[in-house]
Design a protein around this ligand. Sequence first.
Ligand code: SAM
Ligand code: SF4
Length: 348
Amino acid sequence: MTNRQLIDKLNQNRCLEVAEWEQLIRTYEKEDFDYAIQMAQAIAISRFGKKIYFRGIVEFTNICKCDCYYCGLRKSNTECMRYRLTPEDILECCREGYESGFRTFVLQGGEDGWFNDERMCQIVRDIKAQYPDCAVTLSLGERSYESYKALKEAGADRYLLRHETSDPVHYRQLHPEKQLLETRLQCLRDLKELGYQTGCGIMIGTPGQTPEVIARDMKFMEEFKPEMIGVGPFLPHKDTPFGNEAKGSVEMTLFVLALCRIMSPNVLLPSTTALGTAEAEGRKQGVLAGCNVIMPNLSPMSVRKKYMLYDEKAGTDISAAEGIAILREQMDEIGYEVVVGRGDFQKE
Ligand code: SAM
Ligand code: SF4
């Protein structure tokens, strides 16, 4: 089959064989790219209109016990100036976000033991009590089933946990021995079982990633059926083992995002900060490739430069209000409108 036929097949069946995914990723050409982008864009518009959901992200701790080779927050990075927001600080970020029209707050951080279940549940309960019309998304890494259950009962609605890769060999190229792919996948299954709107996802261009690896990850996502998918380019951080590696391709990221939209027409698909960092127009291009979510940063100015997953992260030297204004303007430039609302996943 030609690549174009494969894209049509994906559109029709919402699934492909691993070998077919691999062919697409390995051999696509400019015309296939354009075809996929146009199709993904049309699907997103048919489901959501030219509307983009904004989620306010609060990067509440950069302390992490993990040592992922790609991430600037890894515990072995002694150059990283560590911080932890207080529950009051987090609530204050939400207050500002609410005033700017946000109805989803994303609490994201390293795996920081200070935020145990008791503290984390209290934070979630406080946010839900003050803003009952808002959704809370958590992105705190791997926790036990009981922990995820307690957080769900406290009111958390969604959870983002990129699986990073479902290929065991590639997983090992990205993580030390102690971090297990099986644990990560079990966490994703637990989250789904507990009724979270669950997000998984990958970086594009991590060292050692091949078209076959991406193909396996597409198959994994096709089968897992997440409500959210996070895909962004890998970007190096100078103080990590991958500091001298090349950054991931923006074009490949856009192609994969478009394929995700075609595979899962209703999925919540953010145009990521990493995409906006890799290229000034990246977030706009993401939207034009089928993304329907943008996650502006609500973290206090004082900590932004410390949440450096990769070098030159976009938006670390402007305030939350400025960042939001720029993103609104960018959306306006391509004829899209930012909507106020929780923007929950809709089943077919
Ligand atoms: N600690 C939690 C976790 O790992 O799931 C949440 C925070 S972590 C910083 C969020 C995501 O950032 C990771 O899932 C990873 O895909 C992404 N990330 C980390 N380092 C990156 C890099 N150098 N380039 C692009 N994305 C990166
Ligand atoms: Fe920690 Fe997440 Fe960074 Fe890994 S990606 S080091 S778990 S913050």
